[in-house]
Write a protein that binds this ligand. Sequence first.
Ligand code: SF4
Ligand code: FES
Length: 233
Amino acid sequence: MEMQFKIFRYDPQVDAEPRYQDYKVKADPRDRILDCLNKIRWEQDGTLSYRMSCGHGVCGSDGMRINGVCGLACQQLVKDYEGQEVLVEPLPFFPVVKDLVVEMEGFLERIREQRSYLMAAGDHPEKERHQDPKDRQKVDDVIRCILCACCTGACPVMGKNGNYVGPAALVWAYRYIYDSRDSQFRERLKNIDFSDGAWSCENFFDCTRVCPKKIPVTKCINTLKKEIEKSRS
Ligand code: SF4
Ligand code: FES
């Protein structure tokens, strides 16, 4: 099948304005959108820039907006776009480095602000810190996050409040708040208890809809809000 692509092109160092470029690609219905981008870059236009690494939904590097929906290019099958022009754009709300490559530093800084590492009490044990399987279940969903930023690019609140910490940062807060081995429960809750923290979420659920790892992002944020309220009383 022949696929028609319209791809966002912009090199801020050279171009005054972004533009869209058309490409045609011969594809197998079982190909993914990422395979088509690779064909364009390898066979037609080596100047097209995008990130990819694993090609299998593991590394989180190829988050982009495809026909208006944020997702991983390596997880979108060509057959699902049959008969349509495929519009490929960078993740919204992120500064563009070039074409589909966005600057991730601000996003990652907000994850780091959650002190996204285990802070256990007491001395280091000789071996690993044990965790009951039932306790582990509490973080089973959120532990799947691959930092693709699709949730953040899809969140309407990010469009009106650039200071919002964003859904991914709250997923990482959740991941350690409910880790039975961590000792910073109250401090971590305080860290997201402000207007641009958990309280900015307006329950649009777009983050949940696009998350390639099926993390119930909005539900997690609502659980955090309830936990904050409980900790205040
Ligand atoms: Fe990506 Fe989902 Fe993690 Fe958001 S919560 S960064 S969409 S894996
Ligand atoms: Fe790694 Fe898509 S290339 S998640």
